[in-house]
Design a binder for this molecule. Structure first.
Ligand code: ATP
Ligand code: LTN
Length: 334
């Protein structure tokens, strides 16, 4: 039996991924690649919706790919490639843009947040159409499931709407994908501001745990994480957002349940708990970090792997794109 298709991606928007990307996305990807025909892209065309230095963008793209592999995505098993290597993404995005309402795109909360943060002058049309490009990524591959963090749920909903709209106007062309959101780890929060999502592009670095950071730097950030004055290690998202966030991270990285961790630290202070978490984090991340740095030592080999995977992705994508052009009545070149 052929496996159902899975698609996901991350932006190369920093030198290192953060732990929210790892827990909220990569850990699921690693497990899911066993049972799906998985495609994972480094979405560089999405990343350029923010200003980028060209040589830094190249470096961040390789680094993101290296971290996928280091975290356990296997390029021999899954298709791991760079979005801009497959021109069909930009082409289908144009097509889908013609089917997307202006108001519909304007209701995307990520756009509203980001455009507000950057101001009108720094908000590009590309940022506005970001979710349309994301829909193209997913629909090109006849994707069944899309594992993401919960911040991407609205974009997947738009993708479904666009797929259904196209299918009803032009005939059955796209598979309508389903999001897969692991609820308990769907949102890791900033260590200094446990009400905000941890993010690669956070304004301050103090609350972000980086996958490629020196382990001692990460341990220090954990020791300084915001907690509360109660002093007991107990999960309560409303009353204790800082401690609850640390518990979620602890549970995800150790594979243990939150109540078991609460029991272990009952009657002990936050200092012990944080030390325990720092140890778990270092032992999980150290091999990932070492492997990523090793891969980055040989960029030619990394580029070769990405190129070969892009060839496969392009083949699949072209089949869908050519069907789309045909159904819409674009005259095919002979
Ligand atoms: P940026 O700040 O550049 O937008 P980001 O760190 O928010 O970056 P993305 O590249 O946008 O990360 O997202 C990659 C994947 O990681 C997505 O599936 C997203 O839902 C997930 N993700 C990102 N941040 C978190 C988080 N704090 N908790 C859980 N999942 C997350
Ligand atoms: N917008 C996504 C990244 C992304 C993506 C995708 C995720 C771009 N294309 C396709 C899943 C499927 C984000 O995580 N910020």
């Amino acid at each position: 039996m052929t496996k159902a298709r899975l698609y996901s991606g991350m932006q190369p928007s920093a030198d290192s991924l953060q732990i929210g990307n790892y827990i909220g996305a990569l850990m699921q990807w690693r497990d899911l690649q066993e049972s799906y025909d998985a495609f994972f892209s480094v979405v560089d065309l999405h990343a350029i919706t923010q200003p980028n230095d060209p040589s830094e963008l190249r470096e961040k793209t390789r680094r993101t790919a290296a971290q996928y592999i280091a975290a356990g995505i296997e390029p021999a098993k899954s298709t791991l490639y760079v979005q801009s290597h497959v021109s069909a993404h930009a082409e289908l995005a144009w097509i889908l843009g013609t089917l997307t309402g202006f108001g519909e795109a304007g209701r995307m909360t990520q756009f509203k947040d980001k455009s507000q943060r950057y101001g009108q002058d720094a908000t590009s049309v590309g940022l506005f159409t970001y979710p349309v490009l994301m829909a193209a990524d997913i629909l090109l591959y006849q994707t069944a499931v899309v594992p993401v963090g919960d911040d991407q749920k609205q974009h997947i909903e738009l993708t479904r709407v666009l797929a259904e709209r196209f299918n009803s106007r032009f005939g059955d062309t796209f598979r309508v994908p389903m999001p897969v959101i692991q609820q308990d780890t769907a949102r890791i929060y900033d260590l200094q501001n446990p009400l905000a999502k941890m993010s690669k592009s956070a304004e301050s670095d103090a609350g972000v745990l980086w996958l490629l950071d020196d382990p001692s730097a990460s341990a220090k950030k954990i020791m300084r994480a915001v907690t509360d004055s109660e002093g007991s290690v107990r999960y309560d998202r409303e009353a204790k957002p800082g401690v609850s966030n640390l518990l979620v991270i602890y549970a995800a990285l150790s594979g243990r349940q939150i109540p078991a961790i609460e029991d272990e630290y009952a009657g002990r202070g936050y200092g012990d708990f944080k030390k325990g978490l720092a140890e778990v984090l270092v032992s999980e991340f150290e091999p990932v970090r070492a492997r990523a740095l090793e891969l980055l030592d040989d960029p030619a080999e990394l580029d070769r792997v990405l190129g070969a995977n892009a060839d496969h992705a392009a083949e699949v994508a072209e089949t869908t794109l050519s069907d789309v052009y045909d159904r819409m009545g674009l005259l095919r070149r002979r």
